[in-house]
Design a protein around this ligand. Structure first.
Ligand SMILES: [Zn+2]
Length: 477
C-alpha cells in the first residue's frame, strides 16, 4: 500500500529541512524538475507538443510555456500520462463512486476544484504520488513536533487523533486527506472527518467524544467552533490547530488563539493542484516546500516579480505528481515571497498569501435569528451539481441569493437550473431556513472577473453583517 512512500517521504522531508542548506534545496529541486520535464515530454501528449524543441537536459524554467486550468480542461485526455483516460471516464467515475474512496482504474485519486475563477477542474493523482505529497505535508505541518525525542509520541501506544472539519461527501482535497489509507490510520493515527455541512451541535458533541490531538479545518468553520469552545459547549484540548483552504482573518486568528490556548496554530497553504505548497513555522512564516514544488510569483503579463512584491498570479509546479504532471500551472492567488530569511533558521524561502476572499453569508430565520454560513459549504453544493463549468453565488439583499452559472457545452441547462434550486433548497432547509430565503438562478455565457482584482468572487455578500452579530464579535451559532 502507500504507507512506505508516505513514511519515506515524511522522513526525507524532515531530514532535508534539518540538515540541508538553501543551495542543496535548489540543486535537488532542479534535479526533480528535470526528471519531471523528461517524463512529461515522453509520456504526456500535451507536454510533448508544448516542449517540442526543448532539451530536457538543458533548459531554463522560463523556457517552459505556462499552462492553466482552461487549457487542461480543453485537452484533458492529453494531460494524463495514461492515454486511455478521458474526461468522460472521470465524470462517470465520480457519478458512480459519488463520494471518494474508490479510485479511477484502481490507481488514481480524483479531486475536483473550483479555484479562484469558479471554473470546475478535475485533477488526477496516483496513489503513490499522493502518499509522497502527504508525507511532505505532514512533516512540514508538524515540524518541530517530530524531533526524535518526541517522535515516540506517535505510535500504536498513543494513537494520534486527527479531526478534519471539512466539506465531506465529494471529491474535495481536504476530505481526501482525511480518508488517507487504513494501514497508516491503524498503526499510529485515527483520522476522522467531521462535515462542515452538519449541524454544529452534532459536531460539538462528536468532537467532545473524539478528543482530537489535532484539529484541522477551514478558518471560517473553525472560528465557529472556537466560539463554541469559548462558550464552554466544546471542550477539547488539541495540541495543534491547523488551518487551510481560505485566508485567515485577524479576527479568526484571535478567536482561535483565545479558544485553544494550549495549541500550536499552524496555517497551511496548499491547493488541489499541489497539496504541500507551504506550511507555517514556529516563527509564524509560511515556508515553501521547495523539495515538493516550485512557486513562481508573476505579474499579469506573466513576468516574474521580485521578492517583496505582490504578484497578480502564481505559477506552480508540482514535483510529486507524475500521473497528471502540472508544470508552471497558473493559479490566481496573489502572493509575496519574503525578501529576508526567517529567524527560525529554515533554509526554505517563505511567502505570504493575499489569497481569496469569499464571504460568510448571514441569513435570517423566520424567528428573526441569524445563521452564519461559511463559503465552502456553498461551494460543495455547486461541486455536486454535474454539468457546471463556472458559477457564482451573490447574497444581493438580505435573504436573496442570486446564482449565476455557465454550463458545459453539451449540458442540459434546464435540468441544471432545477438541480441547483433543489440542492440549495435542501441545503438551506437543513439549516432551519425555508421560504424566507429566495433563490434566483440565471444561466449566463460567462462570469466576468472583477476588473480590479482580476478574480471572481464565487461566494459574495453585498449585505452588511447583521448588527447583532457584529456587536457579538462576528459570529453566531
Ligand atoms: Zn520560519
Amino acid at each position: 500500500m502507500s504507507l512506505v512512500p508516505f513514511v519515506a517521504s515524511a522522513a526525507a522531508a524532515l531530514w532535508r529541512e534539518r540538515f540541508w542548506s538553501p543551495v542543496q534545496f535548489s540543486v535537488y529541486q532542479r534535479r526533480r524538475l528535470s526528471r519531471l520535464v523528461r517524463h512529461a515530454a515522453e509520456h504526456v501528449p500535451l507536454y510533448r507538443s508544448l516542449y517540442a524543441g526543448i532539451d530536457p537536459d538543458r533548459f531554463e524554467l522560463t523556457d517552459l510555456p505556462p499552462i492553466d486550468r482552461d487549457l487542461m480542461r480543453r485537452n484533458f485526455a492529453s494531460t494524463v500520462a495514461d492515454e486511455r483516460i478521458a474526461l468522460d471516464d472521470v465524470l462517470t467515475h465520480l457519478a458512480q463512486v459519488g463520494i471518494t474512496g474508490g479510485q479511477l482504474r484502481g490507481r488514481y485519486l480524483v479531486a475536483s476544484t473550483s479555484g479562484t475563477t469558479g471554473e470546475v477542474g478535475y485533477l488526477l493523482c496516483q496513489q503513490r504520488d499522493w502518499a509522497r505529497q502527504l508525507g511532505v505535508l505532514f512533516a512540514r505541518l508538524l515540524r518541530g513536533r517530530l524531533h526524535p525525542t518526541n517522535v515516540l509520541r506517535f505510535g500504536p501506544w498513543r494513537r494520534y487523533r486527527m479531526a478534519y472539519v471539512v466539506a465531506t461527501g465529494g471529491p474535495f482535497i481536504t476530505f481526501l486527506i482525511s480518508r488517507f489509507d487504513a494501514p497508516f490510520a491503524a498503526i499510529a493515527a485515527d483520522m476522522r472527518a467531521f462535515s462542515i455541512g452538519a449541524n454544529i451541535d452534532d459536531n460539538v458533541r462528536e468532537l467532545n467524544a473524539f478528543r482530537p490531538h489535532h484539529l484541522h479545518g477551514y478558518p471560517t468553520a473553525l472560528e465557529l467552533l472556537a466560539r463554541e469552545q469559548l462558550a464552554g459547549r466544546l471542550r477539547i484540548e488539541p495540541e495543534v490547530v491547523s488551518l487551510g483552504s481560505e485566508p485567515v482573518t485577524a479576527l479568526a486568528r484571535s478567536v482561535l488563539t483565545r479558544a485553544f490556548r494550549g495549541a500550536d496554530l499552524r496555517i497551511t497553504y496548499g491547493t488541489t493542484e499541489c497539496l504541500p505548497l507551504a506550511n507555517q513555522c514556529r516563527a509564524g512564516r509560511l515556508h515553501i516546500n521547495e523539495d515538493a514544488c516550485i512557486v513562481e510569483p508573476i505579474d499579469r503579463n506573466g513576468v516574474a516579480v521580485a521578492p517583496g512584491t505582490t504578484s497578480d498570479h502564481v505559477l506552480i509546479t508540482n514535483l510529486l505528481n507524475t500521473g497528471q504532471p502540472l508544470v508552471r500551472y497558473r493559479l490566481d492567488d496573489q502572493i509575496v515571497v519574503d525578501k529576508d530569511r526567517c529567524p527560525c533558521g529554515s533554509a526554505l524561502h517563505s511567502l505570504q498569501v493575499i489569497g481569496r476572499t469569499d464571504d460568510v453569508i448571514y441569513l435570517r430565520r423566520g424567528d428573526g435569528s441569524f445563521v452564519a454560513l461559511p463559503p465552502i459549504p456553498f461551494e460543495l453544493v455547486f461541486l455536486n451539481v454535474h454539468g457546471l463549468k463556472q458559477y457564482q453565488l451573490v447574497h444581493r439583499q438580505q435573504n436573496e441569493l442570486h446564482i449565476r452559472f455557465v454550463t458545459e457545452p453539451e449540458a442540459d441547462a434546464g435540468a441544471i437550473d432545477r438541480d441547483l434550486v433543489r440542492a440549495f433548497s435542501e441545503f438551506l432547509r437543513e439549516r432551519g431556513l425555508g421560504h424566507e430565503v429566495l433563490i434566483h438562478c440565471e444561466q449566463v455565457d460567462r462570469i466576468a472577473r472583477d476588473p480590479t482584482t482580476q478574480k471572481i468572487r464565487q461566494i459574495q455578500s453585498l449585505v452588511a453583517v447583521p448588527e447583532i452579530v457584529a456587536a457579538a464579535g462576528g459570529g453566531v451559532g
